[in-house]
Design a protein around this ligand. Structure first.
Ligand code: ADP
Length: 486
């Protein structure tokens, strides 16, 4: 397999703190694995609690320095400039991410493009968010100030590092916060690449600090640090709940974007030709390692066999292989993740598997490949239809009518995204209200959607909203000023 890593413009064994590239305080490193063949291709920094402490201190200092004093319009121009630099390096960033996460190149490229777009969007928004005046008693003038929280902590996963940096760090910086970013131990290269790009674009020191490291070391040190003012976390429900407990201890606001079991509902009047690519792609994109993956396909009984056969034909044509080959599906992130996903798939009997994709013959033996699997025949209460598999697998479930469709759609502990396929306008409106989730797509499915669209969950999918303008409210706090002047 060709080496996708271009000459790196940063040192992955270093942390980025106060505008300096420094070795972690313990001098430790972690192995950098290529999921496409399982080989160790380098080392990354293993940041410690001391590094987190230094990063939080640097962020605090930035708030009272050049960064904290920067006018909103200038902040916006700077973010947009970083975005343009990201756009210039899309191919390099994609190559790095493909090698680090195992994403097919096209998908890694889409993430880099999205990162640039976030910075463009938020850069343009920086000077367009403002407070209000409020009519009050005679002799008063009352207005609100929208202010940054202060130091924001960003703990992100390995599945979409660039997109999550864009939506989370991008929005936090837009509002004038100073950020400490702890990328996932499995995939921290693009976080460091981004820091280097931001530095090159002139981001004042301390505004963004990046400390790679283990979750239970650097991550726990960050989420529990008394000097932070907000936590944004994307990851598993279990860790999210720990993060919320840390936030509670320090009484700081927290945004959690956790898992999902997002359904698409296909009704008797829906257009299958239009729906089919969305039905399948939303399940297998990034090898199903997507919080907003659509892992449940609910189909009206009258169309079930037709939709299953059409999806099965697509599944049978899916090809799985190394990121560099840019096929439909790449490897999973790690051997551990592969084992978890295979454990789930082992719960389906042969008769319940409607179709499987193909792992190409020359896929390296050490890569973490799982053939995409379409499951039809397990009930809505089966674990395969309830638990987040986080792999390339979808479960199909029939329903008899609208009420049953809604009951099944709402019948998990999650609520992140839903898709509704129907030409019936009344039903579209009813379901948009009846489905418990943070986003509902009608006759399309966005897997999180564009950067403009607020995104987040209900139930165990988390709380708080990122993306769009809504994120800017979340990454800021409102101060009310009431002046009595007689
Ligand atoms: P995933 O299932 O996607 O690996 P995790 O929730 O395990 O999700 O990890 C998401 C992020 O949370 C990663 O950056 C990881 O290092 C971090 N993390 C894991 N455990 C903890 C913890 N105990 N405290 C803080 N952060 C953690």
């Amino acid at each position: 397999m060709p080496d996708l890593l271009p000459d790196l413009w940063f040192d992955p064994t270093k942390c980025f703190i106060a505008g300096q590239w420094i070795s972690p305080s313990g001098g430790g490193t972690l192995p950098l694995e290529n999921p496409s063949d399982g080989s160790v291709i380098g080392e990354i920094a293993r940041g410690t609690a001391a590094d987190i402490d230094a990063a939080v201190g640097a962020a605090r200092e930035a708030l009272s320095g050049e960064w904290g004093r920067m006018p909103a319009a200038e902040r916006g121009r700077l973010l947009a400039a970083i975005g343009r630099k990201v756009a210039e390096r899309v191919d390099d960033l994609a190559a790095i991410e493909a090698q680090d996460v195992g994403k097919p190149l096209k998908q890694a490229r889409a993430d880099a493009v999205a990162l640039a777009r976030y910075l463009e969007f938020y850069g343009g928004a920086a000077d367009k968010i403002h407070g209000e005046t409020i009519p009050y008693l005679d002799g008063y003038t009352v207005y609100t100030l929208r202010e940054p929280h202060g130091v924001t902590a960003h703990i992100i996963p390995w599945n979409y590092p660039m997109q999550i940096i864009g939506r989370s760090v991008g929005a936090a910086l837009t509002m004038g916060n100073a950020a400490v970013l702890k990328p996932a131990e499995e995939a921290c290269l693009t976080a460091l690449a981004f820091a280097a790009i931001a530095e090159e674009a002139g981001l004042p020191k301390g505004a963004l600090n990046v400390v790679p490291g283990l979750g239970e070391e650097a991550g726990a040190a960050l989420s529990g640090h008394a000097g932070i003012n907000h936590i944004s976390f994307t990851g598993s429900v279990g860790v999210g709940s720990l993060i919320q407990a840390s936030a509670a201890a320090n009484v700081v606001p927290v945004t959690l974007e956790l898992g999902g079991k997002s359904p698409q509902l296909f009704f008797e009047d829906a257009d299958l030709d239009k729906a089919l690519p969305f039905l399948v792609n939303a399940g297998i994109q990034n090898a199903g390692q997507t919080c907003s993956a659509s892992s449940r396909i609910l189909v009206h009984r009258s169309r079930f066999d037709e939709v299953r056969d059409a999806m099965a034909a697509r599944y049978a044509a899916l090809r799985v292989g190394p990121a560099a080959d840019d096929l439909d599906v790449g490897p999973l992130i790690s051997a551990g993740q592969k084992e978890i996903v295979e454990g789930f798939l082992g719960m389906a009997s042969a008769g319940e598997i409607a179709a499987r994709g193909e792992i190409v013959a020359d896929a390296p033996a050490g890569g973490h490949y799982v053939a995409p699997t379409l499951i039809a025949g397990v009930g809505a209460d089966h674990r395969l239809a309830q638990d987040e598999i986080f792999g390339p697998a979808q479960v199909m479930i029939p329903f008899a009518d609208e009420d049953e469709a809604v009951a099944i759609a709402n019948g998990t502990q999650y609520g992140l995204v839903a898709g509704v396929w129907t030409e019936n306008g009344g039903r579209q409106m009813r379901l948009a209200k009846a489905i418990h989730s943070g986003q509902v797509f009608i006759n399309n499915y966005g897997a999180g959607g564009g950067v403009e669209l607020p995104f987040g969950g209900v139930g165990k999918s988390g709380h708080g909203r990122e993306k769009g303008f809504e994120a800017l409210y979340g990454f800021s706090t409102l101060k009310t000023v009431a002046a009595h002047h007689g």
